[in-house]
Design a binder for this molecule. Structure first.
Ligand SMILES: Nc1nc2c(c(=O)[nH]1)N[C@H]1C(S)=C(S)[C@@H](COP(=O)(O)OP(=O)(O)OC[C@H]3O[C@@H](n4cnc5c(N)ncnc54)[C@H](O)[C@@H]3O)O[C@H]1N2
Ligand code: MOO
Ligand SMILES: [Mg+2]
Length: 395
C-alpha cells in the first residue's frame, strides 16, 4: 500500500476515535496541548491607540511650522488627558495617545527650543507612529482555531488577550511496548545475543514532546500467549504503540495477535525503512506496531504514528513542512518503496548519511531531515527532492 493511502486511512480512523474529553488548564501548563475550542478575543488589541515611538503626539492641524508648547508627559501605563489644542504632548513608546492627537513624531525629528517649545523638522502624516486600537485583534474575533497545538507563540498570544486558562483536549494515553527476547535495558550488562533497548526511550521521550500521556509497558517477550495477554491487559489506553514483531519471522507475534483477533487493518506499506508497519485493534483498542529496526521505528513514527496521534487530539494540520531542494547525491537504482533517507543540507544541497541501513540509528542523529525519494525514481545530482526537517517531526 502506498504511503499516502496508508496515512489517509490512519487519519480517517483517528478522526473516528478522536478524543472528546477536555480539561481547563492554567495557561502556563498548556504547552504541547491542543485547543478544544476556538480562542475568541474578548478585547481589542491594542485596547487603545498607543505610540510606536518615543517622541511627541500632536494634532496635525496645529502644526503650522511654528514650535508647539508641551502640555503633558505621557508614559506607558498612564491615562492621559485629552490634548489641549495648540500644544503637543511628550509621549513614550507604548503610552496611550491622548484624545485629539492624530500623529506622533519621533524625537529624532523634533528640536526642543530654549523656551522648551518643540519644533518639528520633517513633514508629518496623519496617523504616523500611532498603533491604532484593534489593529491586531478586535472583540469577538477568532484568533486561534479549535485544534491548534499550543506552543510558546500561541501561549503568548493567549496571554496578550488576558486568558489565564485555556480549554484543551485531554491527553492521548499511549502504552509503549518493546517486543524482543534480545532486549536489555541500558545500565544492565549484555549477555550473548542481547542488545540494548533503544526504541523504548526514543518513543517515550518523543511522545512526551507531542503532549501524550505515556505508559511505559516495558519489554514484551517474543511469545504469542504473552503478547495476547499483554495486549488484553492494556485496556485503559487510547493507543498501544509497540516496536518489533511485525515481520514474517517465527518470533514475530504482534501482527499475528491482531490478525487472530480479526482486527488487522493495515500491514505492509511501500515505505523504506518501515515496510511491515502494522495497524489494527485488539479488543477495540487501537494498536500501531512499528517495525523494530531503530531507523524504521523512527521513520514510521514520524510519518504515520505522529500524524495519527495528533489527529486523535483534533489537530487538522498534521503534515510536516517539506522543502524542495537539490539532491547532492545520485540515486541510480529505482526502488519499489518510497524511501526516507537520513540526510542533511550542505552548501544548499541535500546529502545523505553513508549507511542507510534501517538498523543504524546514528544516521538519524547525524541527519537534519528525511530526504524523500519516490518509488520508481532515479536521481542525478542536482535533481529536486523533498526534504522534511526532523525538527518539524519531533514536536
Ligand atoms: N523474510 C523477511 N524478513 C524480513 C522482512 C521481510 O519482508 N521478509 N522485512 C524486514 C524489514 S523491512 C524489517 S523493518 C524488519 C522488521 O522486523 P520486526 O518489526 O518484526 O522487528 P524484529 O524482527 O523484532 O526486530 C528487527 C530488528 O530490530 C531490532 N530491535 C527490535 N526492537 C528493538 C529495540 N526496542 N531497540 C533496539 N533494537 C530493536 C531487533 O533486534 C532486530 O535486529 O524485518 C525484516 N525482515
Ligand atoms: O523496511 Mo525495513 O524497515 O527496511 O528495514
Ligand atoms: Mg521480526
Amino acid at each position: 500500500m502506498p504511503v499516502e493511502e496508508a496515512l489517509e486511512r490512519l487519519l480517517a480512523m483517528a478522526e473516528a476515535s478522536a478524543i472528546t474529553e477536555r480539561e481547563r488548564l492554567p495557561l502556563a501548563a498548556t504547552h504541547g496541548r491542543v485547543l478544544a475550542e476556538p480562542l475568541v478575543s474578548s478585547l481589542d488589541l491594542p485596547p487603545w491607540p498607543n505610540s510606536a515611538m518615543d517622541g511627541y503626539a500632536l494634532r496635525l492641524e496645529d502644526w503650522k511650522g511654528l514650535p508647539l508648547p508641551v502640555s503633558q508627559r505621557i508614559f506607558a501605563g498612564q491615562a492621559p488627558e485629552p490634548l489641549q489644542p495648540g500644544t503637543c504632548a511628550r509621549i513614550f513608546t507604548g503610552a496611550p495617545v491622548p484624545a485629539g492627537a492624530d500623529c506622533v513624531e519621533m524625537q529624532e525629528n523634533a528640536q526642543v527650543q530654549d523656551d522648551q517649545r518643540v519644533l518639528f523638522t520633517e513633514p508629518l502624516k496623519r496617523g504616523q507612529n500611532i498603533r491604532p486600537q484593534g489593529q491586531e485583534t478586535t472583540v469577538g474575533e477568532e484568533v486561534l482555531a479549535a485544534g491548534t497545538r499550543l506552543g510558546p507563540i500561541e501561549q503568548g498570544l493567549a496571554a496578550s488577550l488576558g486568558c489565564a486558562e485555556l480549554e484543551v483536549v485531554r491527553r492521548v494515553r499511549v502504552a509503549v511496548l518493546s517486543t524482543g527476547d534480545e532486549l536489555v535495558e541500558p545500565g544492565q550488562s549484555l549477555g550473548p545475543g542481547q542488545i540494548y533497548n533503544s526504541n523504548r526511550v526514543l518513543l517515550c521521550s518523543w511522545l512526551q514532546r507531542l503532549g501524550c500521556e505515556v505508559l511505559d509497558g516495558g519489554i514484551l517477550p517474543d511469545d504469542l500467549e504473552a503478547t495476547r495477554q499483554r495486549l488484553a491487559d492494556l485496556k485503559d489506553v487510547d493507543l498501544i504503540l509497540s516496536t518489533g514483531g511485525v515481520s514474517v519471522g517465527e518470533a514475530d507475534f504482534l501482527g499475528l495477535a491482531l490478525r487472530e483477533a480479526g482486527e488487522l487493518a493495515l500491514w505492509k506499506l511501500a515505505i523504506k525503512p518501515g515496510k511491515p508497519l502494522t495497524f489494527g485493534h485488539f479488543r477495540g483498542v487501537p494498536v500501531i506496531g512499528l517495525p523494530g529496526n531503530p531507523a524504521s521505528t523512527l521513520v514510521t513514527f514520524a510519518l504515520l504514528a505522529r500524524p495519527y496521534l495528533l489527529r486523535r487530539q483534533g489537530v487538522q494540520q498534521v503534515q510536516p513542512l517539506r522543502f524542495e531542494v537539490a539532491a547532492g547525491f545520485a540515486w541510480p537504482q529505482p526502488g519499489n518503496r518510497r524511501e526516507y533517507l537520513r540526510g542533511r543540507m550542505e552548501q544548499g544541497r541535500a546529502i545523505i548519511y553513508r549507511n542507510q541501513s534501517s538498523g543504524v540509528l546514528r544516521s538519524a542523529a547525524w541527519a537534519e531531515g528525511l530526504v524523500e525519494v519516490l518509488e520508481g525514481r532515479t536521481l542525478v545530482e542536482g535533481d529536486q527532492v523533498s526534504f522534511i526537517p526532523l525538527s518539524e517531526l519531533l514536536d
